[in-house]
Write a protein that binds this ligand. Sequence first.
Ligand SMILES: [Mg+2]
Length: 245
Amino acid sequence: MTRTMPEPPPLDPSRDALFLDFDGTLVPLAERPEAVHVPDTLIERLHRLADRLDGRLAIVSGRYIADLDGFGLGALPVAGSHGGEWRLADGEHCALPRPKSLDAAREAFVAFSAAREGVIFEDKPLGAALHFRLAPQHADASIALAREHAAGLHLQPGHEMIEVRVPGVHKGTAIARLMDVPPFAGHRPVFLGDDVTDEDGFAAVTSLEGHGVLIGPVRESRAAYRLSDPAAVKAWLAAMLEPAG
Ligand SMILES: [Mg+2]
């Protein structure tokens, strides 16, 4: 089915709350998760937009928060680990407990990636991932290994990667949790994301009378709108900061 997915309307600064995925949305995907670069201009723009929205701007990522902190995003509210942990602008950090079954998965993933050139293991407080972007010939075996270790965990496929993580949370629960508390509560959520994991977020914002914005090519999606890539996101964010009229 072909769908029309128009560009999103501008934000309403008195009404909207903005939730932003990180990789593939704010910044282009990199071959290695740590190779992502966040330009100072983007960080400055996010903080100005957060001010414009009275603090109603949050990052919602599959990365863990300590990892995101390495990119110098500053004190923006953030939900990390697909909603397994969160931190508001006041700096208080909350996280779900780490399941024991993750340790066995970690051990297996470390051994697997060490034996295969180009397969990258990513350790997270509430998850373990194998990235096979650089070694697509190992994709099937990576996915099979993750399946083997998924008991009691959530198996999450992504862009050229597979992850097992703490069950019961996703981008939708992450956004819903933030929408329950100030300064987000009572506003209309808008969520921008690129990956299949962002579909839960699109569903959540739609049920809260907001809308989703897919970043990337047209596909079947719960998002109503679309921007083509992180450069288009940057331009859309910048347009909101231009003086009105
Ligand atoms: Mg993403």
